[in-house]
Design a protein around this ligand. Structure first.
Ligand code: TYD
Length: 202
């Protein structure tokens, strides 16, 4: 079936400001478009399980189990929220998607090909953006209890994988070290460009 809407993904390290930026972006488009602002881990059963039973434990799970949990959450999220919204022609803005699995589980040693294989049932985004902030800075910003992922070593390795996908053109890098308002403007410019090209909405 032909996808009618537009699917935008926003990626970044923990504390990179991507959730705030996704919300600002959605707000800017709310007036003109039918927007779904959503996130992974999702608010479905598997996403809640990940948040409540795993992220704030002392140790990470075996990496294969992590990847399978996130992939299962993604399938539930696609089925319940993203696909129905796209079928209605909505603009879907998703805070984290497959690149999070590639970056977080890939940097922990899993094969990127295997991660892609277990995610083949999920849709291809139209545009994926990486909000780039240095690992030192993001950890400084995080005031709340840190999750199992939020160590300097992990965040550095995660960033390396994200940057590989910037280099091969799959992710568009946005400088997240700038002032919040300027990051929001850059993000808006990139997404508006895509919408104009797609000629679906504008
Ligand atoms: P986060 O965006 O911080 O969600 P929330 O604000 O709901 O806590 O994501 C939680 C963590 O999950 C983050 O450290 C990245 C990790 N994660 C993965 O390791 N793989 C994935 O596929 C996804 C979607 C997230």
């Amino acid at each position: 079936m032909v996808k009618k809407g537009i699917f935008i993904v926003i990626e970044g390290l923990d504390g990179s400001g991507k959730t705030t930026q996704a919300a600002i972006l959605a707000e800017k488009f709310f007036k003109t478009y039918n927007v779904l602002l959503t996130a992974e881990p999702s608010s479905g059963k598997i996403g809640n399980f990940i948040r409540e039973c795993y992220l704030y434990e002392n140790e990470r799970l075996p990496t294969e189990a992590e990847a399978l949990l996130f992939a299962a959450d993604r399938i539930e999220h696609m089925h319940n929220e993203v696909k129905p919204a796209l079928d209605k022609g909505k603009l879907v803005i998703c805070d984290r998607y497959i690149y999070s699995s590639l970056a977080y589980q890939g940097s922990a040693g899993l094969s990127l090909d295997w991660i892609k294989t277990i995610n083949t049932r999920s849709l291809q985004p139209d545009l994926s953006v990486f909000i780039d902030v240095s690992p030192e800075k993001v950890l400084e910003r995080l005031q709340r209890k840190k999750s199992v992922m939020e160590t300097l070593d992990t965040q550095r390795k995660v960033r390396e994988v994200y940057l590989k996908y910037v280099d091969n053109g799959e992710l568009i890098r946005i400088d997240g070290d700038k002032e919040k308002r300027l990051v929001a403007e850059d993000l808006y410019r990139v997404v508006s460009g895509l919408l104009k090209d797609a000629k679906k909405f504008v």
